[in-house]
Design a protein around this ligand. Sequence first.
Ligand SMILES: Nc1ncnc2c1ncn2[C@@H]1O[C@H](COP(=O)(O)OP(=O)(O)OP(=O)(O)O)[C@@H](O)[C@H]1O
Length: 600
Amino acid sequence: MSALDSVDPKKVGTAVADSPSLAVEGHDLYRWHDSHLALAGISLSIPAGGRHALVGPNGAGKTTLMRMLSATLAPDRGSLRVLGHDVALHPRQVKARIGVVPQGMTYDNEILVRENLTTFGRYHGLSGRSAAARADELLETVDLTAHARSMPQTLSGGMQRRLLIARALVNDPDLILLDEPSTGLDPEGRLLLWDLLDALCESGKTLILTTHHMDEVERLCDGVTVLGSGRVLRSSSPRRLITATVPRYVVELGVPHSGATEPAWTRTRTRLRVGNRLLVFGDSVTGLAGELQVAGAEELMVRPSSLQDALHALERERPVPPADLPTPLPAPPRPRGRHRPRRAVPPPSLSLAGRIWWRDLTLFRKSYKTTIVPNFFEPVFSLAALGIGLGFYVDGQALGSSYASFVAPGLLAVTAMNGAVFEVTYNVFVRLRHARSYDAAVTSPVEPVDIALGELIWALTRCLVYTGVYLAILAALGYAPASTALLAVPALLPLGLVFACAGLLFTGAVRAINAYSYFYTLVLTPLTLISGVFFPTERLPAALRAVAEVSPLHHGVELSRSLVIEGDLTSAAGHLAWLVALSPLLLVPALHSLKRHLCG
Ligand SMILES: Nc1ncnc2c1ncn2[C@@H]1O[C@H](COP(=O)(O)OP(=O)(O)OP(=O)(O)O)[C@@H](O)[C@H]1O
């Protein structure tokens, strides 16, 4: 027996007392996806403390509306207030008070089940200890305690869904948005989910869910809004919607194909053809039963009309607007340029970025053994093979030192570049496009700019660690003779930042992971070869030399050489100034590079 079927409302928290009486107030909402109009003038009000369903066929606009309610997508027109806050102007405030169970499995598949919850708790501002306590409490609530140390992708579909529900409860939200929460659940799992949702409602929370299961709406919800082609077709209680749309009772007949003759007795009644079934309606059971008897079809059952029947009826009448609704006006043109309302982008928050950094550290602590080998040893091998091995044949006199001493600081700069750039290319790409774990992060107060800043800080952390360890190796081998050598570790951070920003900008622009082969083989490798790591740039043809000498890597290499070999602080300061001046030019666009993917 699962813990879910005996959920204690106290365990899932209580709503705050100052909630406004309306959880949602939307007026005349429009949203275009490229040129496609997904929401076409929707207005809706949902009372606080209620359970409301958004229903409609595929493509009706439910998910688009849910993303607006979760403050991750702003309306192109119209206004939307959630829990009293304007979603376009104050997304962080909205997100702090809501919980989102998305349609897709957007858990973080790089960390354990329990870590998914603690990490999300940190995104919501909980301390490490409170996040851990909350995670344990929620794991118990959704009956996943035994799986706390599993990877989420090893759980069954129903368990994964429960993990997403637990994650949505981490911040004890006042409003919970569930996008098709029972997808993939077996009948038992659905019942357990309903019990959990009942318990949440008893604790005063507002629920808004989308679903294709009308029995779920009838069982759970006190309000339902039917969407069709981005418009509201009806909004009322499920019972009123049924009685206003179809007669009270119905009998279902099988009619094998569309050309088959329908029984004569049905012709005087309200009928609806749904696939190979014919729904025949009536206002009294006895009337319908009597006609079945006369037709010799007593084995057929008369049942009360359901919400699903009403929805079928509404879908049939959709081409002709319902009589009590105004004919929809043609959609206004999509606002463009400066007339287009924008979702306010809050300035990056160092504390929220720190939580992304903390999540990366959690992962690194587990996987450092596998990442350490390529990142630490590749430059060591390069030094051994090229600096010492090939250097045996190179006349060091022209360089003013042994060839290995010439190459070593250059490789230190390359280590700084690679250490920073790797994190924001493949790893961020996978989280952004495949695992989609950032999609979940942005339903907490974390914004795309915080994610970008957090990943950049993490890239710099790696840059710092890798250059520090590599410098220690150089010092041990006698290739870092200057007293200023240690300064190279912090001084190379601006080089790491420039390349981390470039990597993040590239990640925001590419669609396929294969594109990185261009970035690495056509940009970074040639840059490494011409930037003075292996030979002085004076040996290059004039045009190439001009390119090489403005490259940030060249300045990083010269900076490293000045500090590690020559002890020349003046020369180092010049190169450092160049890198520091370049950083903000890339930093600002890099911080905004993930916004388009994560918040429309
Ligand atoms: N990112 C996007 N780019 C282009 N079109 C989109 C995008 N997202 C949604 N749409 C389109 O907008 C319309 C509404 O989509 P939405 O996902 O909101 O519908 P839905 O009611 O949630 O559908 P479903 O029941 O299948 O989940 C659809 O026609 C869909 O193709």
